[in-house]
Design a binder for this molecule. Structure first.
Ligand SMILES: [Zn+2]
Length: 241
């Protein structure tokens, strides 16, 4: 594994010359996650997955992107959102730069819901140029979350500031969590939620959707193990293809 932020240009050249071609980058977000979690939640979670993948598959780890498309939570202070077009172009530029360095197998570990569409668009555009990019949206998380959670989700499939996400931050960056401030929130969602753009501060008082109180670092480790195993299998297929 080579960590690009601390490496020299010569080290990258030697790394590629020895036959290693994988680049891994986490793309997260800076967005509100309630009173008990940091704005960097999505970034620290994605970076943990990206680092493990780079280690397991002897890849180059790029510095993480600490911003993402977070329009939905931009009604709360501290959320700083990129436009979808910025996320798309950012991913394209990062992949092109990695390929120009000889790292022509690019894996993007996405930590933020709003990045999904722009990253899929970027992967499509890059494929047209013959550049192969694998975008991972925490594979295996939904199944693992159902197995560990003790609290009810606010909305099926949404992990925001609740037990699941809080457990993952507790596992990777406990110093950034304030468990004493963790409060549940089960707001009423509009019946057409998911079919039209909704800014979440119009629904909830803060950015917690569900109950963070049963979160533990041990649950977080179980969740990471599931995501990393599923992601690693996808990377294996990607490198073989
Ligand atoms: Zn999040």
């Amino acid at each position: 594994m080579l960590e690009l932020a601390g490496a020299t240009s010569d080290e990258v050249r030697d790394f590629v010359a020895s036959g290693r071609r994988l680049a891994v980058v986490a793309i997260g977000a800076l967005e509100a996650h309630g009173a008990h979690l940091p704005l960097s939640t999505d970034t620290v979670v994605a970076e943990r997955v990206a680092r493990e993948l780079a280690e397991r598959h002897d890849g180059a780890l790029l510095p993480s992107v600490a911003y993402g498309e977070t329009w939905a939570t931009s009604g709360w202070p501290g959320t700083i959102s990129l436009s979808p077009e910025t996320v798309r172009m950012l991913a394209i530029d990062l992949a092109r730069g990695a390929v120009a360095s000889g790292l022509d197998r690019v894996v993007v570990v996405n930590g933020d819901f709003g990045n999904r569409l722009p990253l899929a668009a970027a992967a499509r555009d890059l494929a047209a140029d013959g550049i192969r990019v694998l975008v991972l949206d925490h594979p295996g998380l939904a199944e693992a979350a159902d197995a560990v959670r003790e609290s009810a989700p606010a909305v099926p499939g949404m992990n925001h500031g609740e037990e699941i996400e809080t457990s993952m931050v507790l596992a990777v960056a406990p110093d950034l969590v304030h468990p004493d401030r963790a409060q549940p929130q089960y707001p009423e969602f509009p019946v057409d939620f998911g079919t039209r753009p909704v800014r979440l501060h119009e629904i909830g008082e803060n950015a917690v959707f569900g109950d963070p109180r049963p979160a533990t670092a041990a649950k977080g480790e179980t969740l990471f193990a599931a995501v990393i195993a599923a992601a690693s299998a996808e990377v294996e297929r990607f490198l073989a293809g």
